[in-house]
Design a protein around this ligand. Structure first.
Ligand SMILES: Nc1nc2c(c(=O)[nH]1)N[C@H]1C(S)=C(S)[C@@H](COP(=O)(O)OP(=O)(O)OC[C@H]3O[C@@H](n4cnc5c(=O)[nH]c(N)nc54)[C@H](O)[C@@H]3O)O[C@H]1N2
Ligand SMILES: Nc1nc2c(c(=O)[nH]1)N[C@H]1C(S)=C(S)[C@@H](COP(=O)(O)OP(=O)(O)OC[C@H]3O[C@@H](n4cnc5c(=O)[nH]c(N)nc54)[C@H](O)[C@@H]3O)O[C@H]1N2
Ligand SMILES: [Mo]
Length: 728
């Protein structure tokens, strides 16, 4: 468990995969002569099972890649040009501390942190970073870019992010894989689902797209994006109408059954079929299958909550297991995330009490989904932005506005990164960060019930520093003297978890580091006798908390922002619904710069139905431009019946500068928010497409230029770093 000792010839170090994925794998890193030569899955860890995805097995290639930022850099070119010169850490930190102090003296809310889950670690994630920004009084960041709509849906219905143990799915007899391409995004769950299938289970995919996962399921219900709540309420209606409800469970452990029954009765199969674009018989068959198979499990995933009604969809789906009493069985229920079951102590970890004005008048909050608008229009303005563990220029929606915001010459931007991402190109200071092989951490998870520790396997490359070090050092230089800001990495790890929780069986940090991982002792069927963490202790079909906010207390179908029914004028101009789920070989925008993985994905692509293509004179393999009022991007068209007419799938999330035309799919995605949870609506987006040879759409942020010019301008950047910018 000790840190790297280069003297030892070959060692195996225990690690944890840092990425934002439900699988959080246990790693074994082979280090030879101080160099990590292999990253493998821990064969003993029950969900990792010795297997890693293609991406993370390439972690050494990523770590040692020539593009690593290994020295602090200061901008010398224009914003976005990516021209830097090396500076010393001392000079960089001194100047950053001085600049932040000057702004903070005027109003600390003019400083904004921007971070997400580049690493899911408690130490290099929000531990020291949050303490620093809280003590400073910086604006708070609403970390909504992924999961908050789903979290709201689960919280109002089940009381939190709680659910099934993923290891129990092997015994399920029916698994609804709802809004998840598990083979790409949740591979280790897929192994359990395959085992269940060998034991006789039926697998059903509910997904607008016939993904690799959907293609391997026994059935596939291909509904329109953003119509899941209608399907779930339609199922609820039939379960009730056909007497398939577990009356005893419902009466003892749920709230609002009568009201739900009335609401669901508005969703007879024919109406559901019309909304979802599927057959009424498909709805009936699915409801009967779900009502009659025991144990029945749902693997709900985040793909379902990226449209306007995402939270209501999750509310409706999360109501189904209680209706049929599926929770009685360890292999029944639903899993979206189990992060709410972990014994966490967020207040002790991130110290909101260090904020000026806490708790009555905390600083303002900025929604990360709308970073473009915030940088352009927040009042008071954002004058400094500190980005770590995220690549907002590539991953946030509505690219042109995001770029316009980042391009502000009066914005002081600091980026802590491994690579020269699209965001790094806009930095005034680009600071080299350590990778998971180079630092210590303890890991949060959401798709299984293990805690994991990550030991540093190698010494930091170049001058790279862990995030926590940088924020500790900035605090010191800015004279923020609170002891919490001087805590060591070990202390931060200790502060993140309630080690006295009986489910940890007396485990402490030292024990976790010795063993590498440990499972939380959760009862096999945690809600067999109710006991949901809602105010009533019941599964709340009817939510008093929603009613108290003047909101609909029952789940309902909330139509997409952008669809033929809800926005007919827009749909006449942009008739195609676009979804942009992740590419299998990328992890959001991470790994796009790893040559072997980018080679596997080749180039940005989209799948189009042959009739939609024919109507636009597009042939298989043509380069097309997808566009709407927000912007445009290029992709290689693949004609396929895996999408229905009117639907286009384009994989994310490319780096803009590695995409032909210099724009990825977020050039067209919308900054509109979800019904609850203030989440993004990436999959609620209408576009039109045409041959790329035609004049590209004029985008609001910049004058229209032929796509080929933009490609020439931008695509060369990473291959040939401009003068003064190369790594030593
Ligand atoms: N390889 C890989 N793995 C990843 C990631 C990655 O980028 N690459 N990202 C990680 C992260 S951060 C997350 S949040 C998860 C995301 O993984 P998931 O939670 O599985 O979500 P998505 O990949 O967004 O979408 C999954 C499926 O939902 C479908 N879908 C789109 N819209 C709808 C809809 O309205 N209803 C329904 N029912 N289905 C819809 C898509 O077609 C897609 O097949 O995966 C994690 N794992
Ligand atoms: N169109 C579209 N857009 C999407 C999505 C989609 O499905 N479609 N998915 C959305 C989702 S689900 C999510 S979660 C977001 C994800 O958005 P982000 O959280 O921004 O995730 P990444 O793109 O993986 O970028 C993480 C960055 O953190 C850096 N990093 C990793 N570890 C460390 C570290 O220890 N220190 C420092 N300083 N940096 C580190 C990596 O190099 C990488 O550049 O994207 C969203 N964007
Ligand atoms: Mo995510």
């Amino acid at each position: 468990m000790s840190a790297a000792d280069p003297a030892t010839a070959e060692r195996v170090v225990r690690g944890a995969c840092p990425h934002d994925c439900p699988d959080t794998c246990a790693l074994r890193i082979t280090v030879r002569d101080g160099r990590a030569v292999k990253v493998a899955g821990d064969p003993d860890h029950p969900t990792t099972h010795g297997a890693l995805c293609a991406k993370v097995s390439r972690y050494p290639e990523r770590t040692y890649s020539a593009g690593r930022v290994l020295r602090p850099m200061k901008r010398v070119g224009r914003k976005g040009e990516g021209r830097f010169e090396p500076v010393s850490w001392d000079a960089a930190l001194e100047d950053i501390a001085a600049r932040l102090a000057t702004i903070a003296a005027r109003d600390p809310q003019r400083i904004l942190p921007y971070s997400y889950c580049g690493t899911m670690g408690w130490v290099q994630g929000e531990g020291m970073a949050s303490r620093f920004f809280h003590a400073l009084g910086a604006s708070l960041l609403d970390r909504t870019i992924c999961a908050t709509a789903g979290a709201a849906g689960m919280t109002y219905t089940l009381g939190g992010l709680v659910g099934m143990d993923v290891e129990r799915y092997v015994d399920s007899k029916l698994i609804l894989i709802w809004g998840s391409n598990s083979i790409a995004a949740n591979l280790h769950f897929w192994s359990f689902a395959q085992e269940a299938k060998r034991r006789g289970a039926t697998l059903v995919a509910i997904d607008p797209y016939r993904s690799d996962t959907a293609a391997r399921c026994d059935r596939h219900v291909a509904l329109w994006p953003g119509t899941d709540a209608a399907l779930a309420l339609g199922i609820a209606h039939l379960l009730i109408a056909e007497g398939l409800v577990d009356r005893d469970y419902v009466s003892r452990h749920t709230l609002g059954f009568g009201a739900l029954a009335e609401r669901a009765s508005r969703y007879p199969p024919e109406r559901v079929a019309a909304i979802c674009g599927i057959g009424a018989d498909e709805v009936r068959e699915l409801a009967r299958l779900y009502g009659r198979t025991r144990p029945a499990a749902i693997r709900l995933n985040y793909g379902v909550q990226r449209t306007h009604g995402g939270a209501n969809a999750v509310r409706a789906i999360a109501s189904l297991p209680a209706l049929v009493g599926a929770w009685r069985d360890p292999a029944g229920g639903v899993l979206l995330s189990v992060s709410g079951m972990l014994p966490l102590t967020p207040d002790r970890h991130t110290r909101p009490d260090l904020m000026p004005g806490w708790p009555a008048r905390p600083p303002r909050t900025i929604n990360m989904v709308r970073i473009g608008e915030a940088l352009l229009a927040a009042d008071p303005p954002i004058e400094a932005l500190v980005v770590y563990n995220s690549n907002p220029v590539a991953v946030a929606p509505d690219t042109e506005r995001v770029l316009a915001g980042f391009a502000r010459e009066d914005l002081f931007t600091v980026v802590l990164e491994h690579f020269r991402t699209d965001t790094a190109d806009y930095a005034d200071y680009l600071l080299p960060a350590t990778t998971q092989l180079e630092h210590f951490d303890v890991h949060r998870t959401y798709g299984h019930l293990y805690l994991l520790a990550n030991e540093p396997a190698i010494t930091p490359l170049g001058e790279a520093r862990p995030n926590a070090d940088v924020f500790r050092e900035l605090a010191r230089r800015m004279g923020l003297a609170h002891p919490a800001l001087a805590a060591s990495d070990e202390e931060i790890a200790r502060d993140a978890i309630d080690w006295s929780d009986p489910r940890l069986g007396g485990l402490d940090l030292a024990g976790l580091r010795r063993r590498g991982w440990a499972k939380l002792a959760v009862p096999p069927a945690p809600f067999a006798e109710g006991g949901f963490p809602t105010p009533s202790g019941k599964c709340e079909f009817h939510s008093e908390r929603l009613a108290a906010q003047g909101l609909d207390p029952l789940p309902d179908w909330v139509p997409p922002h952008e669809s033929a029914a809800s926005a007919p004028d827009l749909a006449r101009r942009y008739p195609l619904a676009l979804i942009s789920p992740p590419a299998r070989n990328f992890l959001n925008s991470t790994f796009v710069n790893v040559d072997s993985l980018r080679a596997a994905e080749r180039e940005p692509g989209c799948e189009v139905h042959p009739e939609d293509a024919a109507a636009r004179g597009i042939a298989d393999g043509d380069r097309v431009e997808l566009f709407n009022d927000r912007g445009a991007f290029l992709a290689r068209a693949k004609l396929s019946d895996r999408v229905r007419r009117g639907l286009v799938v384009a994989w994310g999330v490319w780096w803009h500068k590695l995409a032909p035309g210099g724009r990825n799919v977020n050039a067209v995605t919308s900054p509109a928010l979800t019904d609850l949870g203030r989440g993004p609506t990436f999959y609620d987006c209408l576009v039109e497409l045409r041959h790329a040879a035609e004049q590209p759409a004029k985008s609001p942020g910049q004058p229209a230029k032929p796509a080929a010019d933009r490609a020439a301008e931008r695509s060369g950047a990473p291959a040939a770093p401009p003068a003064g910018g190369g790594n030593p």
